[in-house]
Design a protein around this ligand. Structure first.
Ligand SMILES: [Zn+2]
Ligand SMILES: [Zn+2]
Ligand SMILES: [Zn+2]
Length: 288
């Protein structure tokens, strides 16, 4: 598994921005340069396709033409770029995707509704063929439902992060691989409502969760549709209480924004002082 991108919506540095974080990131480079959040489960399965997917594919020398399934967390552009997705039509037109099976793209029902509107608006653009039916299967998902995709089992959770679809909240995914390994992908999320906590089942081997901002405002649970450090730790407390994680669970923070007071290393140092062994992810980090 690989982190392709670990930033919030506008990446770090934001190209327009001269805030302290962005200026320091330009200086430090390395782990402080972040592209839009995306995560590769394996060569066939991707979570989120944002505006940076092509750059990520080039940077990490990926063969993303092998993808079979893309799981969309929500309809915000940093997670779901219909443009990048529909570039598949150019591959087909050029004969470069001959014989390829349709790409499956999973998204929540509200996100599906939003995608249809967006797609309709794009029919006046160069993507004016019925690309959807030819090359891509869009598959609407319910919250709190079990699915099977290939040899993976999937359970969908309702995040606490509003997006563009009508009544849309992000989907968080629990993936169970053939070997029994369980992964929670929770980005974007916000602090879970009780309903979601009550639906948590099993013990996670991996938790990958957004930590969008610093806790300087110290809002925690009340931080709204993203998690700050306090909210992140409060989520872990609740997970622990419910035996959803234990000391063997590997925990990663992703989707950092430049509104963080802390750079990569300082954020890692902060987590190192807590009860949890959280690893601050960076672009290109491989985990298995
Ligand atoms: Zn996001
Ligand atoms: Zn900035
Ligand atoms: Zn979002």
């Amino acid at each position: 598994m690989k982190f392709l991108g670990t930033s919030a919506a506008d990446s770090i540095p934001n190209l327009h921005c001269q805030c302290a974080h962005c200026m320091e990131a330009r200086k430090r480079k390395g782990k402080d340069i972040r592209m839009r959040a995306s995560f590769l489960l394996d060569e066939n399965n991707l979570i989120d396709i944002g505006q940076d997917i092509n750059a990520q594919s080039q940077k990490f020398e990926l063969e993303l033409y092998k993808l079979k399934n893309i799981f969309i967390t929500h309809s915000h552009e940093d997670h779901f770029s219909l443009n990048e997705l529909l570039n598949i039509s150019h591959a087909h037109k050029n004969g470069g995707a001959k014989g390829r099976e349709k790409l499956n793209v999973y998204l929540s029902k509200p996100a599906y509704g939003y995608m249809e509107k967006l797609y309709a608006a794009m029919r006046t653009s160069p993507f004016n063929e019925s690309t959807e039916s030819q090359y891509v299967n869009f598959i609407p998902l319910d919250y709190f439902e079990n699915y099977e995709v290939g040899d993976m089992k999937i359970y969908t959770l309702k995040g606490n992060h509003d997006a563009y679809g009508e009544g849309e909240k992000s989907i968080n995914y629990i993936f169970t691989f053939k070997n029994g390994v369980k992964v929670l992908y929770a980005s974007d999320t916000g602090y879970y409502p009780d309903e979601t906590f009550e639906h948590l089942e099993g013990k996670m081997d991996y938790v990958i969760m957004e930590c969008c901002t610093t806790d300087s405002k110290n809002k925690g649970k009340r931080a709204g549709s993203h998690l700050d450090i306090k909210g992140y730790l409060e989520m872990l407390d609740e997970f622990k209480k419910r035996n959803f994680i234990d000391e063997n669970t590997k925990i990663y923070a992703t989707h950092m924004s430049h509104s963080h007071d802390l750079m990569h290393q300082e954020l890692q140092d902060t987590f190192d002082k807590t009860d949890y062994k959280v690893v601050v992810a960076y672009d290109g980090l491989d985990i298995c």
